[in-house]
Design a protein around this ligand. Structure first.
Ligand code: UTP
Length: 302
């Protein structure tokens, strides 16, 4: 029997144009940009698997073939590494193809994150599901998604991930109006405001790229008109669900996340992410960190 209550599937939208990273993303998907030596999207799929979600649906589109190749077997490369007797690199090549049951659906036109999520409808069916954005990385040491799945089991409805930012930053993001619950790290979301006017934000808690959605979101997305930038916004659909009770696919709760998150969708944050990951790598840090210190010291002098 199909269990319609537990979360077993992850949806990873990766069909966006990545315009903030041009020209690098002209022929290479943004999600394939390396964080040291692994494409960002592999970390995201690893995170889904780490939270128990082995069924991963990637939403792709035009020019996203390298993503499919990355999660596929690469027989020639494997053969070459075997012939060279290089088991370490062979394991690294095979790892991504053995990680999860990866499925694909194409979003014909990049009409927004909400539209991309709607493309998952047939695959997901009538079950709650997780959405992980390919340009937001959550540190494996801070298991956010697992907690969000627990919150869905406890409260029903949908769950968003919230992070606190400085007041002057709130207007760059989607921001949540919130009310406390009996759980310290969980709030009830009463409204969502996309890029609020400075001074009018309902809180300092912004939405980051992890969601657990009730399947009711699909019907709502179908009726959601294009919003900001002519795109169908997931935030708008969740705002509708936030006003509903449990019998109609609501409500929406937020998990207050205080862990490590790395944004890779814009140049500056991408650079910060790469440096932080390199500094945490035992095989690189011993040489990289002294070089970085010396470089910044010299740079400050010049
Ligand atoms: P972003 O807005 O960060 O991605 O969407 P983008 O549109 O590719 O980037 P810019 O703003 O042009 O630089 C967040 C996530 O949603 C996916 C993107 O691939 C990204 O992982 N997305 C966005 C889709 O899958 N389809 C869309 O129509 C829009």
């Amino acid at each position: 029997m199909v269990d319609h209550e537990s979360v077993t599937k992850a949806v990873v939208p990766a069909a966006g144009l990545g315009t903030r990273f041009l020209p690098a993303t002209k022929a290479t998907p943004k999600e394939m940009l390396p964080i040291v030596d692994k494409p960002a999207i592999q970390y995201v799929v690893e995170e889904a698997v780490g939270a128990g979600l082995n069924d991963v649906l990637l939403i792709t589109g035009r020019g996203k073939r390298p993503i499919e190749d990355h999660f596929d077997r690469a027989y020639e490369l494997e053969e070459a590494l075997r012939a060279k007797d290089d088991p370490e690199r062979l394991a690294a090549v095979r790892e991504s193809s053995e990680l999860a049951n990866v499925h694909y659906v194409r979003q014909g036109e990049p009409k927004g994150l909400g539209h991309a999520v709607h493309c998952a409808r047939q695959h997901v069916g009538d079950e709650p599901f997780a959405v992980l954005l390919g340009d937001d990385l959550i540190d494996g040491r801070d298991p956010l998604l697992k907690r969000m799945i627990e919150v869905r089991a406890q409260f029903g409805g949908s769950v968003v991930a919230l992070m606190e930012v400085e007041p002057e930053q709130v207007s760059l993001y989607g921001c949540a109006a919130i009310e406390p619950t009996d759980e310290d790290d969980v709030v009830r979301v009463t409204n969502l405001v996309e890029k609020p006017v400075p001074g009018e934000a309902p809180s300092r808690w912004i939405i980051i790229g992890r969601y657990v959605c009730d399947p009711a979101v699909f019907d709502v997305l179908e009726k959601t008109p294009p919003g900001r930038g002519g795109e169908i916004q997931l935030t708008d659909a969740l705002m509708t669900l936030a006003q509903r009770d449990r019998s109609q696919g609501g409500p929406v709760h937020g998990v207050l996340f205080r862990g490590r998150r790395y944004d890779t969708g814009n140049k500056l944050d991408y650079l910060r992410t790469v440096v932080q990951f390199a500094a945490d790598r035992p095989d690189l840090a011993a040489e990289f960190l002294p070089w970085l210190r010396e470089f910044t010291a010299k740079h400050d002098e010049s």
